[in-house]
Design a protein around this ligand. Structure first.
Ligand code: PLP
Length: 290
């Protein structure tokens, strides 16, 4: 998608990759599908597992169904009913846990080893990263040469895949990541030259409230990303409304991170051709009110 209003405000030519319109409503489907596709037939016969309350859960559930395997998803007991229903609707088995007293990683790992399931993490995994990269690959193929690409950053899978694609097909393209102001662990990690862990941040960008970026992601970001910038929740709310009103699409707060940073002038793009990944559209529409 393009927007004359955005182009005028930024003095740039911006191309939006609409992963809000992707199956399950987010780019996470790409990594999940690629990772499950890469498993052996024997492993696919046993099934896959994931722990997530967000877009990775639905992505794994649908990808598993399409690839003829079974997914078991570990979700907190208090996860939004809509998300649990969507994940179950794609045919996954849900295992619930108490997020205040139990450790989901331990539960996921035990479940995987007890039942022989392949655990697919949401970002720190080669096949997941490669899958996420196809969003930028398609963006470059459709939009033509880009000077800049901006994506959100949670655990860093989407931006890492973007790094691989840009390095291979568009080496001159400058990459930026945007994370919530309340949780700038990726920015701190690049500044300090090591993975920095922070307490679980509170932000409406629920797809990017990770406490640290992935071990596989860090060296890729360090090598290929120009800068990580941040956007506060208030800017995400404004941007989500702006995108709904002007572009007529629903983009969830996490997916609004790049445009919010651009509109705030945090990334120099005047006169440039810019790619922006709208990473997902699974928003609570109450955010558009008031
Ligand atoms: C997961 C997610 C992100 C962050 O992706 P990472 O690979 O964890 O950096 C951004 N936007 C949406 C909509 C997501 O679901």
């Amino acid at each position: 998608m393009t927007s004359r209003t955005v182009d005028e405000q930024l003095g740039a030519t911006v191309f939006f990759k609409c992963e809000n319109l992707q199956r399950t409503g987010a780019f996470k489907f790409r990594g999940a599908f690629n990772a499950i596709s890469a498993l052996s037939a024997a492993q696919r016969a046993r099934g896959v597992a994931a722990f997530s309350s967000g877009n990775h859960a639905q992505a794994m559930a649908l990808a598993a169904r399409l690839l003829g395997t079974k997914a078991v998803i570990v979700m907190p007991r208090d996860a939004p009913a809509m998300k649990v229903a969507a994940t179950r609707g794609y045919g996954a088995e849900i295992v619930q846990y108490d997020r205040y007293t139990e450790d989901r990683e331990a539960i996921g790992r035990k479940l995987a080893s007890d039942r022989g399931l392949a655990l697919v993490p949401p970002f720190d995994h080669c096949d997941v990263i490669a899958g996420q990269g196809t969003a930028a690959l398609e963006l470059l193929e459709e939009a033509g040469p880009l000077d800049v690409i901006v994506t959100p950053v949670g655990g860093g899978g989407l931006l890492s895949g973007t790094c691989l694609v840009a390095a291979a097909t568009a080496p001159g393209c400058v990459l930026y990541g945007v994370e919530p102001a309340a949780g700038d662990d990726a920015r701190q990690s690049l500044q300090r030259g090591k993975i920095v862990s922070i307490p679980a941040p509170h932000s409406i960008a629920d797809g990017a409230v990770t406490t640290h970026i992935g071990e596989l992601c860090f060296p890729l970001l360090r090598r290929h990303v120009r800068e990580i910038v941040t956007a506060p929740d208030e800017a995400l709310r404004r941007t989500m409304r702006f995108v709904a009103e002007r572009m007529k699409v629903v983009v969830e707060p996490t997916g609004c991170l790049p445009l919010a940073a651009l509109l705030a002038g945090a990334i120099p793009v005047r006169g440039k051709r810019v790619g922006v990944v709208f990473s997902g559209g699974n928003a609570d529409l109450g955010l558009l009110a008031g």
